[in-house]
Write a protein that binds this ligand. Sequence first.
Ligand code: F42
Length: 146
Amino acid sequence: MPLTGEYIPSTAEWARKQAEAFESSDGQRANTLRGVPIVVLTTVGAKTRALRKTALMRIEHEGRYVVVASAGGAPDEPKWAENMRRHPHVELQDGPDKRDYDARELSGDERAEWWERAAAVWPDYDEYQKRTDRRIALFLLEPRAR
Ligand code: F42
């Protein structure tokens, strides 16, 4: 069941533009960052309950995805992370495919395994983690039963 609600654009202009161009072109445009594929995550706002759309690096393995709340290693966690803790039902668009997922925050060995996969796709994640005392959260997205 797709998410419904008012869409409120991100205040990060560059990221908003990429998310909107990607979504409006069915994933045909604005679909990479420095040549690496991206996806667009839709979350329900923790406070507004509005739809929030976020461009993120595409990290996929056997039909499941992980999203990395790095925000470039900024001290503050990206807002979409708390949205997902409050409302784990999310949508993810990969190319033309938009599906519903349940988000679950990772820890322990499972987190370490997926961190390796994430850093293999986007090595800067290791740099981002060095820049902040904040432990960068990883969320696993598992397909919801249709
Ligand atoms: N960010 C990452 O963290 N990881 C990535 O892998 C990543 C890849 C990526 C690729 C391409 C690209 O264009 C951007 C990429 N980004 C990546 C940046 C990402 O798209 C986001 O811009 C970034 O993670 C910051 O996310 P954010 O949710 O903090 O966005 C801010 C700028 C924002 O939009 N804030 C809103 C605002 O009004 O200031 C609020 C958004 C929100 O969700 N509000 C909540 C609500 O209820 O609506 C309330 C939140 C609260 O508790 O206050």
